[in-house]
Design a protein around this ligand. Structure first.
Ligand code: ANZ
Ligand code: ZN
Length: 845
């Protein structure tokens, strides 16, 4: 008599017990706990399937490690600042804080209903002063270390969000261009963070006619503004951020590759051009094709280049151009430019070259200046054509047939040099090395495409930047004793509410006591998430953001799980913070995360499950346990998978099966004491499953662990159906099932464990171990496989129609000779027609 598994009741009961017994709180004396972390959720109001998958993975792993005997740190918190709270507050006539707090209450309840085992005593919320004061404190330490800059910059501006954006928060979207419409609406498909090419401090640039640059959050086309802004100089770490990727073996290759591309290390050559009357004496350009240097017919600098600024002081045309371009949308800049009075000396020919200020030269790429080689570079060619500049060909294709006229456009491949003095007639790649080696004006150089991190936001719901602007003292940092600079109450207004808040804005200079204006920009919320993993170590600490000693012992995070969309923003910033904190002597690690798992997407009808697509299955719809078991058993964590009711059913059925077996065993207890040969087979199968499932858990292959469990359940069911099972063997099998399933389906695990043992909790139990040595087991397993193949032959010959039964019972006869006997009997049995007696005779022999 199998009782139906009432999951709602079972879940509630065990959640109550776990809380009562405080089973997830990390022990006070834990020395080096295994740190398992899921990316904390943005407080949007409700958990979606992506969250559930994310946290089911960390929870299963955390529970597994705990049963393996580790102390486990598995905390949870809230990424609670950000513009959506402001928008929601506006729409719902409330304020961001109340709205966020309501979201947190709801989401916490949802997490608890799912049965995730967090150490809630470590809960952190980034919008609380107790947390964000440390953002301010860290800002100050970074400032003192020279890693913060305040600069007038032409930056990305989202007109809808009414704030600036970091380069990494601008996405590119394809725009279909037709003859009639210059800006036909594009497919907002781009979720990958392609590199944005815009102008200004963070990104500068040439127009890209096939792409539109849009806000990552609202997909509104992004414009430009010239503003005084705060930056973290992440570029100081470009080289280290790039080089250290190599050793991050626990990270997916895909993520490392995305970071590598974003950092954009490029090897090339720095070439120095003397410029008459320039205070710096010379302009350096960065080139990947130094062998084309004889083809340089002009020099061009970006509008933000020092030379451009200097020339603008005396040259009105230059000044007008620079002003125009810096406020212009990148698509309008195109190949515009202005000729200057300056001239540059070609370092090899001593020829005088004209100098241009040109918008297509990117301020933050290379040195912000180029030598124009129109015959061999597309962009230079376009510029030269528009400005009537000479085009000098210095490379021709090696095969005469390929030679075309200059009118056909630039020749950008390698070939043979001409008009290049001593290098005429040589191959491009030979000259590329020699010209650098043989001339002092050319030196090998490495540049990075990474830009500094713009952290200013003209929004209310974020960490106030702890700065005061004083007319006499300039910008002054708020003293540590006065932190946190607390957010004042929310006011409804257009634009930045902090600007409208007189009592917040008007203040005194901490240095001179004179009247001063408080900074009204708040920090990018990615600052909050760059170090939150450290706050979890000592969440209540009052005199520091985290306990340095503890961090030395407990870091790095052993396993970090989150969505693949965070490959650059969050994960790059976190690495940067870790390195910067190490240089501040607050940490002794330079990388924050050992093993990173980026979980795949949950699909529904082939599309990403998301509220915007209206294809959401609520995590509660099928019961917490079924959902957890399903998201884990459906696929490898890093793979996408399809949500189908049918597959969900499988997860549900597995629970019913395991529960049914445990209850039936307890109720009926009809077992045998005498140990027979086929009990040995079952004992081995239990061991085999334990060994295999352990390996799968170690490798995060929960779906394969689930298959192993299912298989053992099938074997045990057969075992019991065939005959009365051996009491000890069968019970061990059922206990193994309960323990092995517990990390994925903890409520079910507890329920079965409790039925079978009557006391103790499976969350606190030891992970099951095989009785036989693994070596023995492997050898035996080999034998069994061969044996089974033989048995199948016998069964075929004997035309016995219940192969599973035979397989199960005959298999312990892995000794070859026994099998041979079975084969001998086969013919006889054919006549006899009773498969059971075959089995009996095999076993007797
Ligand atoms: C001279 C030259 C000759 C170049 C030639 C290319 C071909 P890619 O093209 O992606 O490898 N460059 C350097 N700094 C720049 C800046 N701030 N703004 C715009 N363009 C810049 O990038 C390397 C090339 O981009 C460099 O090599 C430079 O043009 C240009 F036949 O130098 B080259
Ligand atoms: Zn926006």
């Amino acid at each position: 008599m199998t009782k139906h598994y009432d999951h709602a009741q079972v879940q509630e009961f065990w959640q109550y017990v776990w809380e009562r017994d405080d089973v997830y709180t990390l022990a006070e004396d834990a020395e080096d706990p295994t740190y398992v972390l899921g990316m904390f959720p943005y407080t949007s109001g409700t958990l979606h399937m992506g969250h559930v998958r994310n946290y089911a993975i960390t929870d299963a792993y955390a529970r597994y490690r705990r049963m393996q005997g580790d102390d486990v740190l598995h905390p949870m918190g809230w990424d609670a600042f950000g513009l959506p709270a402001e928008n929601a507050a506006f729409e719902r006539k409330t304020d961001p804080r109340s709205w966020t707090e309501a979201c947190i209450r709801r989401m916490r309840e949802e997490l608890e209903t799912m049965g995730f085992g967090y150490d809630w005593s470590r809960e952190i919320t980034t919008c609380e002063p107790a947390y964000y004061r440390w953002n301010q404190w860290l800002f100050k330490r970074l400032y003192e270390a020279g890693l913060v800059e305040y600069e007038a910059a032409s930056v990305n501006w989202c007109p809808d969000c009414e704030t600036v954006l970091a380069a990494a928060q601008v996405e590119e979207r394809e725009v279909e261009r037709s003859e009639t419409s210059e800006r036909a609406s594009g497919d907002a498909a781009s979720s990958g963070h392609e590199r944005s090419e815009t102008s200004g401090r963070e990104s500068s640039g040439a127009a890209d006619h096939e792409h539109e640059r849009v806000c990552w959050r609202c997909e509104t086309p992004v414009g430009r503004r010239e503003l005084d802004q705060w930056f973290f100089t992440i570029t100081d770490y470009a080289e280290e951020l790039h080089d250290d990727l190599e050793a991050l073996e626990g990270w997916p290759d895909g993520v490392r590759e995305i970071q590598r591309n974003w950092i954009g290390r490029q090897e090339g050559t720095r070439i120095s051009f003397e410029v008459a009357d320039y205070s710096e004496g010379a302009v350096d350009v960065f080139s990947t094709r130094p062998e084309t240097v004889y083809g340089a017919t002009y020099l061009a600098v970006s509008p933000g280049h020092d030379l451009a600024r200097e020339l603008a002081e005396t040259d009105d045309d230059v000044a007008a151009y620079v002003d125009a371009v810096r406020e212009q949308d990148p698509s309008e800049v195109g190949f515009t430019g202005v000729e200057t009075d300056a001239t540059a000396t070609h370092p090899l020919t001593d020829e005088e070259l004209p100098v241009y200020v040109a918008g297509y030269v990117l301020e933050d790429v290379g040195t912000g200046a180029v030598m124009g080689v129109p015959a061999h570079n597309e962009r230079d060619h376009t510029f030269a054509a528009e400005h009537d500049l000479p085009i000098e060909r210095v490379v021709i294709p090696s095969t005469p047939d390929e030679r075309t006229s200059l009118e056909d456009g630039p020749y950008t491949d390698d070939g043979i040099l001409e008009h290049s003095g001593e290098y005429d007639g040589l191959e491009s790649d030979v000259v590329r090395e020699r010209v650098v080696a043989e001339h002092d004006a050319l030196t090998e150089d490495v540049t990075y495409r990474l830009r500094d991190w713009l952290i200013s936001r003209q929004r209310y719901w974020g960490t106030p930047i702890p700065v005061v602007h004083c007319e006499d003292c300039g910008h002054v940092l708020v003293p540590d004793e006065e932190l946190p600079v607390e957010l004042p109450e929310f006011v409804r207004t257009t634009g930045n509410p902090l600007e409208a808040h007189d009592s917040f804005r008007e203040t005194e200079c901490p240095d001179c006591g004179g009247p001063a204006r408080r900074e009204t920009d708040t920090m990018d919320t990615f600052v909050d998430s760059s170090w939150y993993f450290l706050r979890f170590l000592s969440p209540q600490l009052e005199d520091a953001p985290f306990d340095t000693e503890l961090a030395d012992e407990w870091l790095p995070v052993d396993v970090y799980v989150g969505g693949e969309e965070h490959a650059i923003l969050h994960l790059l910033y976190t690495r940067f913070f870790t390195k910067a904190l190490a240089d501040l002597d607050l940490l002794d690690r330079r990388e924050p995360i050992t093993e990173l798992k980026s979980q795949g997407t949950v699909l529904y009808d082939g599309e990403k499950m998301s509220s915007s697509k209206g294809n959401v299955v609520a995590p509660q719809e099928y019961g917490a346990e079924t959902t957890r078991l399903f998201v884990l058993s459906a696929a490898h964590p890093e793979q996408d998978f399809e949500w189908t009711a049918n597959n969900v059913r499988g997860a549900y059925d597995l629970q019913q099966t395991l529960y049914g077996m445990a209850t039936a065993f307890v109720a009926e207890g009809d077992t045998r004491v005498e140990r027979l040969d086929h009990d040995e087979y079952i004992a081995r199968e239990i061991d085999r499953t334990i060994a295999a499932a352990t390996e799968e858990y170690d490798r995060f292959r929960f779906h394969r662990a689930a298959t192993e469990i299912q298989e053992l359940a099938r074997v045990l069911r057969r075992y019991r159906e065939y005959d009365r099972p051996h009491g000890e063997v069968y019970r061990r099998g059922l206990l193994a099932l309960a323990a092995l399933i517990a990390p994925m389906a903890p409520h079910l695990g507890e329920e079965c464990w409790n039925k079978l043992r009557g006391d103790g909790l499976v969350v606190e139990a030891d992970w099951p171990e095989p009785e036989t040595e693994l070596e023995d087991y492997r050898r035996e397993r080999q034998l069994v496989e061969t044996t089974l193949a033989d048995v199948r032959d016998i069964v075929d010959t004997a035309a016995i129609d219940d192969p599973e039964r035979i397989e199960l019972v005959v298999a312990p006869a892995w000794k070859y000779d026994v099998l041979r006997i079975a084969a001998d009997y086969a013919d006889e049995e054919l006549a006899d027609g009773d498969p059971g007696s075959l089995v009996d005779r095999v076993l007797e022999t």
